[in-house]
Design a protein around this ligand. Structure first.
Ligand code: HEM
Length: 135
């Protein structure tokens, strides 16, 4: 995906109107979707256990930053790579799919347009191999 920023714009958090990030509502719009995703994930008895010791405030920030970057928003070089972030957590294919379903529901909940919704869902789905830790 083409990046819209140049190095001297690194600290400019304004959303370029041509990006999916902007069409999602910028940082605030992404944040709403992330909050809803984790609200659903932590209420799901099959997933809640993964987050029992997690600081959910920082977790929300991190996923929102990662999605923002992926959707053409500001870069977030402080984040761990997906594989490193999930290594050793024993995340199964089933649990990955459940999380993806919660993301789709969260996008639907906030009335995100199908085009952005599909883009974000497709981006999430391509992380499966890095995240799943099942032999
Ligand atoms: C492509 C899909 C996913 C993305 C983009 C994603 C994104 C992230 C990010 C950005 C972090 C924080 C990285 C950092 O510390 O810099 C993280 C950590 C984590 N993720 Fe995911 N995640 C995905 C799938 C999942 C799934 C399916 C689960 C569980 C079913 C999960 C559970 C966790 C847990 C438990 C942590 C660590 C929380 C802690 O530090 O306590 N993730 N993820």
């Amino acid at each position: 995906m083409a990046l819209w920023f140049t190095p001297d714009m690194e600290h400019d958090v304004a959303a370029d109107p041509g990006t999916p990030f902007a069409r999602l509502g910028g940082a605030a719009g992404v944040r709403l979707v992330v909050d809803e995703l984790y609200r659903r994930a932590t209420a799901d008895p099959e997933l809640a256990g993964y987050f029992h010791t997690t600081d959910m405030t920082s977790q929300r920030n991190r996923l929102a930053d990662m999605i923002g970057e992926a959707m053409g928003g500001p870069p977030a070089p402080w984040l761990k790579g997906l594989e490193e972030a999930h290594r050793g957590r024993g995340i199964t294919h089933r649990h990955f799919s459940l999380m993806a379903a919660h993301l789709i529901d969260a996008l639907e909940h906030h009335g995100i347009d199908p085009e952005e919704s599909d883009l974000l869902t497709a981006w999430f789905a391509q992380g499966r191999e890095a995240v799943v830790d099942e032999t």
